[in-house]
Design a protein around this ligand. Structure first.
Ligand code: SF4
Length: 133
């Protein structure tokens, strides 16, 4: 079994834990006693932060709805489709017709870039974060 130190991905508190792995499978987490944020403790979300990793239901490829059915596609096609549709909606109905919701499960830097994309590329201030929902 291996232990790899990391940060819980579920909120912005920054609790530290060790991810326990056997081979290529994540089998658990163990709180970091030395981290001043969580001092050896985790909340229920942190203790279960690894559950989804090995789930057979986990989406590993993007899906696009075509003729009413979700079908697997490439990242290039998915990103191009989203960018084209957002641009079309913005052009047709104005920037206030668009809204962007980000996540606590990504880094501050990724949230910053997301906010910049909404404001600079799509000209909307309608950008928010799941922590406020
Ligand atoms: S363990 Fe709980 S409080 Fe700590 S970062 Fe994860 S979700 Fe947040």
């Amino acid at each position: 079994m291996s232990r790899t130190r990391s940060i819980c991905p579920f909120c912005g508190c920054g609790c530290s834990f060790y991810i326990l792995t056997e081979g290529d499978r994540v089998i658990g987490v163990e709180p970091s006693a030395g981290n001043p944020v969580n001092k050896g403790m985790l909340c229920a979300k942190g203790w279960n932060a690894f559950d989804f990793v090995n789930s057979p239901d986990r989406l590993v490829k993007p899906l696009i709805r075509k003729q009413g059915t979700l079908v697997e596609t490439s990242w290039d096609e998915a990103i191009t489709t989203v960018a084209t549709r957002l641009s079309d909606i913005g052009s047709r109905s104005g920037p206030r017709s668009l809204g962007f919701l980000s996540s606590a499960k990504v880094t501050n830097e990724e949230n910053y870039l997301f906010m910049k994309m909404a404001r600079a590329a799509f000209k909307t201030n309608s950008v928010d974060h799941c922590a406020r929902l």
